[in-house]
Design a protein around this ligand. Structure first.
Ligand code: NAD
Ligand code: TYD
Length: 350
């Protein structure tokens, strides 16, 4: 339905999986990926498609208004992933979250309105709904749940959601917002709990479990998320919100023990550490709306198989995460890809 798609943040974890997913699933779609290559953006994540005839990369900041208008001049749809995405970093310093997540989204929306882009998909998070109690298992987030963000990260994403809502209402932009639960899979930056714990265990280090470890997250495999995003992009209603989840709630303690078992380590590898400030207790997604309206349901997130295959990816790709963990990563990709980083927005070639 859309033949020219602009993806923002396509060098990050979910964006890179989405670019690959779309190129495979839609033979008529051309993808331009705009990414500033922040600390979590990595050209290696898309090395296998970098010469693909229907793919091009542009290094730019989504806060650059003129640049975004230039890029949107010739696209049908925008899928917006670019963000500061880590809760702990937002506690240390909120300002980059406001800049990228709020101002960046506003800049993109303005450009999309000015360029009359046909469709704008905003990739948001279930964290905008805040936290659920542990003792009310039947309570889950629906699209009607109140927006009650607790972390600066979640607050910045909630603000961006409101701007998307306003762009639809005021300017008639054809938007959808998706709110997905915690993702896992290949190429996740090893500051998030699953890749951090897996790579620590492979290195023979302990894993830092926050607080009592009873906080619950609802885990979905990144490819299920990508498939749901494509369904919303193509068939979601204008002005709509869709929750995305896989009915897979696990406490952090349960997750940690599953990882220890997969990697053949004992409980002595758990290091109990101080809790995260304002730590949300539980996230749980009700995804009946996307199931009923778009016929989408998760098929790749079954536990423990999906977790085992994810662990296996990190075990088999130590070069990818060691470079990041050793801090050589920025230097590495600047050196390797300096020319491509200046690629033309039109041709994608340096
Ligand atoms: P990530 O940190 O791995 O990737 C973010 C990407 O955005 C990076 O490639 C980075 O270089 C790019 N970026 C950052 N600032 C930019 C800027 N100013 N201009 C251009 N590019 C910029 O994050 P992720 O986990 O892949 O998350 C992607 C999106 O999905 C985010 O919007 C996040 O809120 C949302 N989300 C994530 C999860 C999850 O579990 N990871 C769950 C639900 C929703
Ligand atoms: P994270 O991967 O940061 O995702 P989010 O905070 O967006 O849900 O954390 C997932 C859960 O794991 C969360 O409850 C915090 C916990 N956690 C730890 O216990 N130790 C860690 O080192 C990290 C990074 C997270």
């Amino acid at each position: 339905m859309f033949s020219r798609v602009l993806v923002t943040g396509g060098c990050g974890f979910i964006g890179s999986n989405f670019v690959r997913f779309v190129l495979n699933a839609r033979p008529d779609v051309t993808v331009t990926n705009v990414d500033v290559l922040s600390y979590s953006g990595n050209l290696e994540n898309l090395r296998d498609v970098e010469d693909h005839p229907r793919y091009s990369f542009v290094r730019a900041d989504i806060c650059e208004a003129a640049r975004m208008r230039e890029l949107m001049h010739d696209v049908d749809a925008v899928v917006h992933f670019a963000a500061e995405s880590h809760v702990d970093r937002s506690i240390l310093d909120t300002s980059p979250f406001i800049r990228t997540n709020v101002l960046g989204t506003q800049t993109l929306l303005d450009a999309a309105v000015a360029c009359k882009v046909d469709r704008f998909l905003h990739v948001s998070t279930d964290e905008v709904y805040g936290s659920l109690p542990l003792d009310k298992a039947d309570m889950r987030f629906t699209e009607e749940s109140a927006i009650r963000p607790n972390s600066p990260y979640a607050a910045s994403k909630a603000a961006s959601d409101m701007l998307v809502r306003a762009a639809h209402h005021t300017f008639g932009l054809n938007t959808s917002i998706t709110r997905c639960s915690n993702n896992f899979g290949p190429h996740q930056f090893p500051e998030k709990v699953i890749p951090l714990f897996v790579t620590n265990l492979v290195e023979g280090k302990k894993v830092p479990l926050y607080g009592d470890g009873l906080n619950v997250r609802d885990w979905i495999h990144v490819e299920d998320h990508c498939e749901a995003l494509l369904a919303v992009l193509e068939r979601g209603r204008a002005g709509s919100v869709y929750n995305i989840g896989a009915d897979n709630e696990r406490s952090n303690l349960e997750l940690t023990h599953a990882l220890l078992t997969i990697l053949g380590k004992g409980p002595e590898f758990i290091r109990h550490v101080e809790d995260r400030l304002g730590h949300d207790r539980r996230y749980a997604i009700d995804s009946s709306k996307i199931q009923n309206e778009l016929g989408w349901t998760a098929t790749r997130s079954q536990w423990p198989d999906a977790l085992v295959s994810t662990v296996d990816w990190y075990v088999k790709n130590p070069d990818w995460w060691r470079r990041i963990k050793n801090g050589e990563y920025r230097y590495f990709h600047e050196k390797m890809y300096g020319n491509r980083a200046n690629a033309s927005p039109v041709t994608g070639k340096a």
